[in-house]
Design a binder for this molecule. Structure first.
Ligand SMILES: Cc1ncc(C[n+]2csc(CCOP(=O)(O)OP(=O)(O)O)c2C)c(N)n1
Ligand code: SF4
Length: 345
């Protein structure tokens, strides 16, 4: 979240956030939908364009900053969280967004992502998960499914995949959400929630790459199957999914999820279905949600976890203020020439 700006600018529109750059993603790429929805949502926040920064690494998704009429950095592979941390610490009043992919964020950049999340730096991190390396023509990635085959892995993937949500929770993420690229309403709602969160807001975006991994999220995207394949989360509402006549719920007992069959008119809570609580302090509940995967379970979408913990930038600001109060404004030159110094002759 950015600091409120005194004398906020005249209302902006989606057009104001579109850059003059030609968008160079393949036709049908899921990235288009994310770009359009973020451009729709940003004007609602009422802060000037120049107070937004989009920071990316390398990959198709990482072309994002070119297409935003805001400040932006297309940085180096996997390092966007490190650049974004620096920007937020130097200019805490800015709204800083990280755009990364499953390859960029979880292969070469896994270490950087981990540390931004565990520190709870006030950033919005969008991880576009298409389960392959798109830019370099379809090599398997750390999120590719076991057994997935393509030209880069003709015998099939044997690496156990990493789950981005489980990774973020393991790093201590205070806000964790999952959305589907084509779900405009869900995407916009999560973007608003992420912006309002103080600390790292981690969003996994299930993104289709029609060229190298088409249909990876089809069951969740297709109108005919999505009611059975997905579990839309709503705080305070029971975990219910399934089309009419196939209504089911999820009961989480001692961390273990079970599917509960429900008649269309049954009261899910009376039937023992768990009520979603995104504010549970201990991450075990969110981990149980993250463990819901097909074919036995639906895939949860929406906000899995939203808890409060002081952000790194806020703590650092307080530390600097305390140091200034106790020792004065400081003098870098004097510091460098103090203490254990010696002259090499
Ligand atoms: C240091 C370095 N190593 C490898 C590469 C090659 N490379 C470019 S993008 C990429 C992976 C991108 O995959 P992902 O983050 O999933 O993004 P997508 O293109 O699918 O959006 C790789 C390995 C590079 N550019 N730099
Ligand atoms: S290769 Fe895939 S991820 Fe990259 S722009 Fe094309 S469709 Fe999108």
């Amino acid at each position: 979240m950015a600091e409120p700006v005194a004398g906020a600018p005249a209302a902006l529109t989606r057009k104001d956030f579109e850059s003059d750059q030609e968008v160079r993603w393949c036709p049908g790429c899921g990235d288009y939908s994310v770009l359009a929805n973020i451009q729709r949502v940003l004007p609602e926040f009422g802060i000037p364009r120049e107070n937004f920064v989009f920071v990316s690494g390398i990959g198709c998704s990482s072309r994002f900053p070119y297409y935003m009429n805001t400040y932006g950095f297309h940085t180096i592979h996997g390092r966007a969280p490190a650049f974004a941390t620096g920007i937020k610490l130097a200019r805490p009043e800015l709204s800083v967004w990280v755009v990364t992919g499953d390859g960029d964020g979880l292969s070469i950049g896994g270490n950087h992502l981990l540390h931004a999340i565990r520190r709870n730096v006030d950033l919005q991190i969008m991880l576009f998960n298409n389960r392959i390396y798109g830019l370099t023509k379809g090599q398997f990635s750390p999120t590719s499914r076991l057994g997935m085959k393509n030209k880069s892995i003709p015998m099939g993937v044997i690496d156990h995949p990493v789950d981005p949500i489980g990774f973020a929770l393991g790093a201590g993420a205070t806000f964790v959400a999952r959305v589907i690229d084509v779900d405009a309403v869900g995407l916009q709602e999560v973007l608003r929630r992420a912006y309002a969160h103080r600390g790292t807001a981690f969003i996994e975006i299930l993104q289709n790459c029609p060229v190298f991994n088409d249909g990876e999220w089809q069951a969740l995207e297709d109108r005919r199957t999505r009611a059975d394949a997905g579990l839309p989360l709503e705080h305070g509402k029971p975990l219910v999914f399934g089309a009419k006549g196939r209504r089911r719920g999820i009961r989480i007992e001692h961390g273990v999820p079970h599917v509960v069959e429900l008649a269309d008119d049954a009261d899910p809570v009376a039937a023992g279905v768990t009520v979603h609580d995104e504010r549970v302090e201990r991450p075990a509940y969110a981990f149980s949600l993250a463990s819901l995967t097909p074919p036995d379970f639906p895939t949860p979408t929406g906000v899995l976890r939203a808890v409060e913990r002081p952000s790194y930038d806020r703590l650092l600001e307080e530390q600097v203020a305390t140091a200034r109060q106790q020792r004065g404004p400081g003098d870098l030159r004097a510091l460098l020439h103090s203490g254990d110094t010696w002259t090499v002759e």
